[in-house]
Design a protein around this ligand. Structure first.
Ligand code: XMP
Length: 428
């Protein structure tokens, strides 16, 4: 706007963050087709700077209480400007603006995930040639979709390494191995190193030390197995677009490191490998669409995200084999409950954390002195912000009863109703 002769200023108490409602002005605007059916539209504001004077040729087409120039345009030149964020979930009709924009710009809007897939396969083949690629598999959606895409592109030139750190959920390792080795016929090394990881974590209770210990070992182990793969030249990573832009925050400054997420960063240079990142232009929902295009079952694609350090960060305090065993069982019951009630797809992520406290209970005639656990279930779009899921009291009561009856070692259940911010999704 400033480039065109308007004025953008900061301060004066006009910074806005959060939900706002835009109402239309008298004149209609074709980019707003489908908007304002109910008189006003919800939008998401997140700005410190604001437009205080619009550029010559621009007119106002929408205002909000905090933004007199919420929607402006110079129709003769086909310039459109909004003060809010049309790209986020909390601007429910934001996508419609893009759709209208594409139409007005004269494009057909016929981009499909099928075409993206074919293009991605061509790019992988061009990059890799007849070289060999190693891909770390976590069992999560991103690395799985990357692996299957790579497999379609280069077949046997791909070897996957699945590092099992002993911090996975109930039966998870078997499920991953069966799916990739048996169903997809992908070359897969199952590196069962749980003893190594759990040994190194003995006595560790600080969350950052846990993450760093797991991250460092993960790299060592991965490197050990990768070195055994002859002729490997490339390392594939399921890096997504949000990872690429992670260092950019809304305020323009670098984001603070809240938790040091572990990945194989730094490994390619150390091992002399070149990187292949076939998902780096995609958002999570697009990765899921690509997964569907590649024939991955919906039950797999819709799986909740699972953190790299696994159950270690759902076990505040010291990690012991006993606690992990209890946690796995409780988590399985909670997820089973969620599935049985048809809520799995409504929830972004759900899990149990085993708490480092023992509480007194009474079961039958006896006193118990067992662990307490916390159930966590959130709704979110990208994990950056989240809200707790509003289960009914019946659901919570039934789930607590099931966990306490079915899982020996737990005698108390709590439900975590913290949103993010101020909390985080995981407990550590
Ligand atoms: P938080 O707890 O930061 O989590 O609100 C946001 C999302 O990130 C996941 N998460 C991790 N993923 N390594 C990962 O790969 C990590 O260290 C890690 N910590 C949190 C978390 O499960 C949620 O989906």
């Amino acid at each position: 706007m400033q480039e065109l002769g308007g004025l953008v200023e900061s301060g004066h108490g006009t910074a806005e963050f959060g939900r706002a409602f835009v109402t239309p002005s008298e004149t209609e605007l074709s980019i707003l087709d489908g908007w304002f059916a109910e008189g006003r539209e919800q939008v998401w504001m997140s700005h410190g700077d604001h437009v205080s004077r619009i550029a010559p040729g621009f007119e106002v087409y929408g205002t909000s209480p905090g933004a007199p120039f919420a929607i402006t345009a110079d129709v003769s030149r086909h310039f459109y400007a909004v003060q809010f964020h049309p790209e986020v979930h909390h601007t429910p009709k934001g996508a419609k603006l893009y759709e209208n924009f594409v139409r007005l710009a004269g494009f057909t809007g016929d981009w499909t995930m099928g075409a993206y897939k074919d293009d991605a396969i061509d790019k992988i083949r061009a990059q890799v040639g007849d070289g060999h690629v190693i891909c770390g598999l976590s069992g999560g959606v991103d690395s799985s979709v990357a692996a299957i895409l790579l497999h379609e592109a280069i077949g046997d030139q791909l070897t996957c390494v699945f590092v099992d750190h002993g911090l996975l959920r109930l039966n998870e390792a078997e499920q991953v191995v069966t799916m990739f080795r048996d169903n997809y016929n992908i070359k897969l090394i199952h590196a069962d190193e749980s003893e190594l990881f759990l040994g190194a974590l003995e006595g560790v209770s600080d969350p950052e030390v846990k993450r760093k210990t797991i991250g460092k070992l993960f790299i060592d182990v991965f490197q050990k197995y990768a070195n055994e793969i002859e002729g490997a030249e490339f390392l594939a990573q399921g890096t997504l677009y949000p990872d690429v832009i992670e260092s950019v925050s809304f305020s323009g400054g670098p984001s603070v490191t809240i938790k040091s997420h572990h990945n194989v960063g730094g490994l390619p240079e150390k091992m002399g490998l070149k990187l292949v990142e076939p998902l780096r232009e995609l958002f999570k929902d697009e990765v899921r669409a690509l997964g569907r295009e590649l024939g991955l079952p919906d039950s797999f694609i819709g799986r909740h995200p699972f953190p790299g350090p696994g159950l270690a960060i759902r076990c505040p305090g010291e990690i012991t084999r006993e606690k992990l065993e209890i946690l796995r069982k409780a988590d399985a019951v909670f997820i089973d409950q969620i599935r049985k009630h048809g809520l799995y797809d409504e929830i972004w992520q759900a899990f149990v954390a085993i708490l480092p406290v023992r509480t007194v209970g009474v079961m039958g005639d006896g006193r118990t002195y067992d662990f307490a656990c916390a159930l966590r279930a959130v709704t979110s779009v990208d994990g950056m912000t989240a809200d707790y899921y509003p289960f009914t009291h019946e659901f919570l009561g039934e789930t607590a009863t099931r966990i306490i009856n079915e899982v020996k070692g737990i005698n108390r259940c709590t439900y975590d109703i913290t949103s993010k911010p101020p909390g985080t999704i995981e407990w550590e």
